[in-house]
Design a protein around this ligand. Sequence first.
Ligand code: SF4
Ligand code: SF4
Length: 264
Amino acid sequence: MLKLNDGSFVVDYKDFISNNFINYSFKKTNYDKHNPALRIYFKNDLKHNTRIFKQLIKLKNAGINFCTEINGKKIRYIISNYNTDEVLKGFEALYMDDERKRIEFLYNTIFDELDDIWKNINPCGFCNNICEGIKHKQSPGNIDGCCYSFEYPKHSILSAHFTENLQKCKFFDKKKKRCSINNLSCKFFVCSYVKKTTSFNISMDDFLLVQAFFNKKQKLILHYNYFRTQEEIINKLLEKNNTPYFIYYWKSKYRIPPDTYNKI
Ligand code: SF4
Ligand code: SF4
């Protein structure tokens, strides 16, 4: 049972003791003001689950609620076949009305999820602080993986091909041997050597919370802002922007200025 921010609950179908619910269907659109709890069957299918959350967000934003009251408890959703924590985190996020808090919660949840993946799989083969990528020239440094930053020259038309000010990233914590700012873009980065030689890769398209809660522009922000603090990235995610997507992408408006850093 998961308690939501407004005091209502999400329960597992096997724990629900009433027949007073309606089944979720992608086709159903005629919900009224007095809907009982909504029963949702999740699948081991990212597209299916993303579609459900996108529709739940729309319904919530339209003020359409679901509720069956049992022993004074308001049950909103009855769920089954959810095999990841991401689904429960998605419901938590759904009921965070403060946009900044919701974005922070999603950012931290996705970061922790990625951190666990990196720790559990450990594809970089670090030994004495030297990774496989360093041995195979994927990093310009000779220690501590690919935590090196560089800048693009500001006024060169070929700036995307030339770099300068290569240096150890200032956010690398030398004592703890890890990033000090929980940068999500770097967490999504996998060097080509690891991609080629192991089956390990990370795509944000595989994350339910990214797919369900972030739009296309926000995904670019999450992807391409290396060497930026969590606060800077969250501020950028909250920025309202009416620029058409193509121009937004083409003019790299997703980058937090100054637009000078990139990952090796
Ligand atoms: S991604 Fe590649 S370069 Fe970066 S730490 Fe891992 S092995 Fe090293
Ligand atoms: S911001 Fe990126 S490059 Fe810098 S320390 Fe953190 S993970 Fe490494």
